[in-house]
Design a protein around this ligand. Structure first.
Ligand code: FDP
Length: 305
């Protein structure tokens, strides 16, 4: 990685191929941040991806940037993106990467913060793996500042979660050890599900009665980043028959849950940690609650109607 410091030098020496894959991600984030700054964010291209979502020009461009950097780094065998949901052979060796190149496509035109999500697995292929098997994961937040939160092997094989900031001098570590405690802050996504999921409606009412603070932007990445920045809180995306699961396990939930759990938080699909769920198919979706441990325990009963 391009960051200075003994810890990163040790990481680079112990995990040279993983460091190369992470370098490719950081280079992609830098290029995407520049693209977003140029303001080319509102035009839609005429195609739809195979899941039926409308693609924006910016999604397509960010996707191309990431594939190109992953291909040229030589450390990536297989890659798959939410925009191109196949397992593509990138010709390198070492790792497989799944990514969402631009999370928050419905809010990018409003100039809200948006993000990108990356999961990294050892070896070739992503199908039938689980989130728990990730070697590292990262997300990028494109807001007034561009930062990356990265969960990677630290000392003694333990995972380390750190935040890197993009500055004029390049990437600098701005938080060494991102940790989650308990906070009464909540981000209730897919609120339409509360219309026919009484447990969800009751949970939201209980949060209001207990004077929780609402922090919700409609972007998975910025909403989770708020929790990791403030040191606690809850993001939940319950489902119902009329409002089914939207978030994708491979491209969104598994990498984010890996980071949150590595920071001392928890995740659940209502029954178990989402890190235990297998990628039976690339488009597997899930209801999810994640964040502070006590908040996840308290909210997991309301994920499904
Ligand atoms: P979007 O559709 O804008 O891409 O990935 C799906 C997602 O955004 C998440 O980023 C976000 O948390 C969620 O959908 C928001 O859903 P609701 O608007 O239904 O709450």
């Amino acid at each position: 990685m391009s960051m200075p410091g003994a810890d990163h030098e040790r990481f680079r020496a112990e995990h040279p191929l993983l460091a190369r894959a992470i370098d490719a991600i950081l280079a992609s984030v830098r290029e995407t941040a520049e693209l977003l700054r140029q303001g080319d964010s509102s035009g839609q291209v005429g195609s739809v991806n195979s899941f039926g979502d409308k693609q924006l020009k910016i999604d397509v461009k960010a996707d191309e940037i990431i594939f190109s950097n992953l291909r040229s780094c030589g450390a990536v065998v297989t890659a798959s993106s939410e925009e191109r949901p196949d397992e593509l052979d990138l010709g390198g060796q070492g790792f497989s990467v799944a990514f969402d190149p631009l999370d928050g496509s419905s809010i990018v035109d409003a100039n809200f913060a948006v993000g990108a999500i990356f999961g990294i697995w050892r070896g070739a292929g992503l199908l039938h793996k689980t989130g728990a098997e990730q070697a590292a994961a990262a997300y990028a937040v494109y807001g007034p500042r561009t930062s990356v939160v990265l969960a990677r092997p630290g000392r003694d094989g333990k995972l380390k979660v750190e935040e890197l900031m993009l500055t004029e001098q390049g990437w600098l570590v701005c938080r060494e050890d991102v940790r989650l405690g308990e906070k009464k802050v909540f981000a209730p996504a897919n609120l339409r599900a509360a219309a026919d999921n009484k447990a969800y409606a009751d949970f939201v009412s209980a949060c209001i009665s207990e004077k929780y603070t609402l922090r919700y932007t409609g972007g998975f990445v910025p909403d989770v980043h708020h929790i990791l920045t403030k040191g606690g809180g809850l993001f939940l995306n319950p489902t119902s028959s009329g409002a089914p699961a939207k978030l994708r396990l491979l491209y969104e939930c598994a990498p984010i849950a890996f980071i949150v759990e590595a920071a001392g938080g928890a995740s659940s699909n209502g029954a178990e940690s989402v890190l235990k769920m297998k990628f039976d198919h690339l488009d597997r979706r899930t209801a999810i609650t994640l964040g502070s441990r006590e908040e996840v325990a308290r909210s997991k009963h309301c994920l499904r109607a």
